[in-house]
Design a protein around this ligand. Sequence first.
Ligand SMILES: N[C@@H](CCC(=O)N[C@@H](CS)C(=O)NCC(=O)O)C(=O)O
Length: 223
Amino acid sequence: VRLALEEAGVEYVDVAREPEARGGGYPAIERVLKGGTPRPFAPPVLVAGDRAIAQTSLILQWLAPRHGLVQDGEAERTAAMQHQLTIADLVVEAHDTHHPIGAGKYYEEQKEAAALRAADFIEHRLPKFLGYFEAILTAGPSGWLIGDRLTYPDLSLFQTVCGLDHAFPRAMERLSKRIPRCRALVDRVAARPRIAGYLASPRRLDFNQQGIFRRYPELDLTP
Ligand SMILES: N[C@@H](CCC(=O)N[C@@H](CS)C(=O)NCC(=O)O)C(=O)O
């Protein structure tokens, strides 16, 4: 969501990262989660005017036509949402490598299952998902997922590949030669002037051990 706002050059306030004294932080998240119709289940939530929209894919679908991040045609918009939802599936599976039993339990309570799940993810699911996007990029001449310019699922694929590089550096290194077009897309997104400025700024959050893409070396390929 941040990448879409940054690429579009939209001003926004990342309320969770504002100090509580300025109306931000956890109380601000709680306020947003209690408001809205329907009430959101979980962050992220985009508040725009009197609207509060939850679910990453829906937020992106709502933002994209307003900020030139998707083409006008129905076929292109459907393709964008299809790619976005496939990326969302991949993100859930990446998360489940470290939390295969319960999202509410600590990683340390599910390490054995996590090792099995991560091994299967690395051997089968990761190459299948990224191989799929590689094939989509190979089928078109532009190097973007849809048509001849960047759309919001390109940003999401960028974020996901960066996250996977962080979480599974050895597995991603091994896979890299089989996904040159995904790699080129990542470089191309990172070089967009607004995105480059964002990535170099304090607004960009580092990957960390509380997020979706966590680095547990024991879950990566053995060296
Ligand atoms: N499918 C949702 C997932 C949202 C999500 O998992 N949010 C996390 C924080 S980033 C959360 O607070 N989850 C609470 C929960 O699942 O109980 C999306 O893409 O926005």
